[in-house]
Design a protein around this ligand. Structure first.
Ligand code: B12
Ligand code: SF4
Length: 518
């Protein structure tokens, strides 16, 4: 069968495509794990953000796919629906499959109408479910035995039982098939970038995170041989930077240290690595871990600081992963020690913070912003976002603090919830105004690492960072609020990655769609 797999073009404020265009790791893994005789093409639409419609038309026209699969996050839902509608108009017989976080956690949103609904929803991990689905489609068999699948049959929707998570041992999953990609141009500040995985899952239960609703609390690892081969393959396909997309690689610190050693021994430490990490693991093991990470080639570490105030950490259920321990005793918050270990070993800290929680005031947000100004290299400050299925969403709903149900705004930097003291707009304004200048301060570091990139794209990066501002704003002739409103309007307009052909706009689907789980 001919299979076209697409990831959505939507990006958010901290991922300007001028500097960052990451591949979607799910699609190459799905491509590798269907039976070998199928023809699979993978297209990451973030690479063609300004020409989504012609690209999809060309791909569908060239390939005449039997199956089109879409990988979707929640804030990309509306774009996904437009693309489904477009594909249906071009290739009415193609079967449409959706997967990823949003279809898994809000399957009801994808099966409402035949015009923009999907035929199949793959919930949770996708490789095996998709493999079995493609087999069934090819053989004309029934779908009722395929775990993890929701499917439409006429007007009926069937939800098969969940699939158990993959334990990743041995040959459970074939490594990603990067040759299936039909678009190129992945970049991280001028370096060709790729993604790899070494493990899946996490055993914590932070209230804002989608992982637990997606797959439960568990942690499974790939063998190092597979990981090293995967890195070699990414390098052979041109990558010079590798983003390790594990949910939480720092859960098992001894394993992470061994992985660093394996990377060094395999002489794969000439690449630049980026990773997400818990502050507690880095703080409590930094003396041995951080130097090893540096020798292995780690450059940027995304630290899940979440918030510097205990009350907010408790709300986010992120206190335990941010604790520093000495001699078996908790001695306080781990963040500063973790930052110190990383920086002393020449790594940059991407500071993940979440501001705008229910109890937040102007002062508590400012305390977090001031912390970011002083201690992180690149701010990654977000607002709490009520993604489907997370405990935090239920909490915000109970307190009646959600102000927007338009999921296309659920990108993390658009405030869609208010606090008990501040409006959503005020929260976003406060963050936006402060964060732009923090990003400017990192430019000398970018210049040192990627001088050519900065020469070529520095203006574009600045234009993105200060979107909405004009000369009048810089000269103080208009208020920053005016610039902020202009920025929000630009953001609203740029969310329309696909013109819809007919009405131009697709109305948001209300979250209270009927339960289709029978
Ligand atoms: C890597 C990553 C990124 C990377 C790369 C994203 C990319 N290009 O894919 C970067 C850093 C760019 C990123 C950014 C963002 N991310 Co992100 N990211 C992740 C992370 C860490 C791992 C995802 C991954 O690659 N896993 C490995 C692959 C193999 O697994 P997978 O994606 O789950 O795919 C499997 C299944 O979902 C399924 N599947 C997926 N797609 C499809 C498609 C089909 C057809 C089928 C059949 C199956 C299927 O099968 C796959 C294989 O088993 C997750 C989870 C986490 N711990 O935080 C968050 C996560 C996906 N990100 C999230 C979010 C919100 C974002 C941001 C909006 C903001 C933010 N919080 O940072 C931005 C926006 C991105 C943008 N386009 O601008 C949320 C999504 C929540 C939701 N409900 O939508 C997650 C879950 C984190 C969270 N906060 O809970 N992200
Ligand atoms: S530690 Fe990270 S991956 Fe684990 S639940 Fe918390 S945010 Fe999610």
């Amino acid at each position: 069968m001919k299979i076209l797999l697409l990831s959505m073009p939507d990006s958010f404020e901290h991922m300007p495509t001028v500097g960052i265009r990451m591949p979607n790791g799910a699609l190459t893994s799905l491509a590798a794990n269907v039976d070998a005789h199928h023809r699979v093409a993978v297209a990451d639409l973030v690479l063609v953000q300004d020409r989504v419609r012609p690209t999809v038309c060309r791909l569908v026209g060239d390939m005449n796919p039997d199956v089109v699969g879409l990988s979707v996050m929640t804030f990309q839902r509306e774009t996904a629906k437009k693309i489904i509608r477009l594909v249906r108009s071009l290739q009415p017989n193609a079967r449409i499959v959706v997967g990823g976080y949003d279809p898994s956690l809000a399957p009801e949103a994808y099966a409402v109408t035949s015009a923009c609904g999907a035929d199949f929803i793959v919930r949770g991990e996708g490789e095996q479910t998709f493999q079995e689905l493609v087999r069934a489609l090819e053989a004309g068999e029934r779908f009722d035995g395929i775990a993890g699948l929701t499917y439409r049959d006429g007007e009926d929707v069937h939800r098969n039982p969940d699939r158990a998570v993959n334990r990743l041992r041995g040959d459970a999953l074939r490594p990603p098939k990067r040759d299936a990609r039909v678009l190129n141009g992945y970049t991280l500040l001028g370096r060709p970038v790729d993604v790899i995985e070494t493990s899946r899952g996490c055993t914590f239960d932070c209230s804002f995170c989608s992982i637990i609703a997606m797959r439960g609390r568990n942690f499974h690892t790939f063998d190092f041989e597979r990981v090293l081969d995967d890195i070699r393959d990414a390098r052979a396909h041109g990558a010079r930077a590798i983003f390790i997309v594990d949910d939480n690689i720092t859960l098992d610190v001894r394993r992470f240290e061994a992985l660093c050693r394996a990377i060094i021994e395999a002489k794969l430490n000439g690449l630049h690595y980026l990773v997400q990490a818990m502050t507690s693991s880095i703080a409590n093991h930094g003396t041995t871990l951080a130097p090893l990470m540096r020798r292995a080639g780690f450059r940027y570490v995304f630290l899940g600081i979440e918030n510097i105030l205990e009350e907010d950490l408790a709300f986010l259920r992120a206190s335990s992963k941010n604790r520093e321990r000495k001699n078996g005793k908790t001695v306080g918050n781990a963040t500063l020690t973790a930052i110190d270990h990383l920086r002393r070993n020449g790594m940059y800290v991407v500071g993940g913070l979440i501001v705008g929680n229910p109890g937040d005031t102007r002062e508590s947000i400012e305390a977090n912003l001031e912390f970011a100004r002083r201690h992180v290299d690149w701010p990654y400050i977000q607002h709490p976002t009520p993604y489907p299925g997370t405990p935090m969403t239920a909490d915000f709903r109970d307190r009646d603090l959600i102000v927007s149900e338009r999921v296309e705004e659920y990108d993390g930097t658009t405030a869609v919830v208010r606090s008990e003291h501040l409006s959503a707009g005020e929260i976003e304004f406060q963050r936006w105004r402060a964060e732009r200048w923090m990003k400017v301060r990192h430019l000398p570091a970018v210049l040192r690492q990627s001088p050519l990139f900065l020469l070529r794209h520095g203006r574009g990066m600045m234009r993105h960072t200060f979107r909405g501002c004009t000369l009048r704003t810089v000269l103080g002739l208009e208020s920053e609020r005016a610039a902020f409103e202009r920025y929000r309007e630009m953001r609203r307009v740029e969310r329309h990655y696909v013109d819809d052909g007919d009405s131009g706009e697709v109305p948001s689907v209300p979250l209270s769609v009927p339960d289709l789980s029978t």
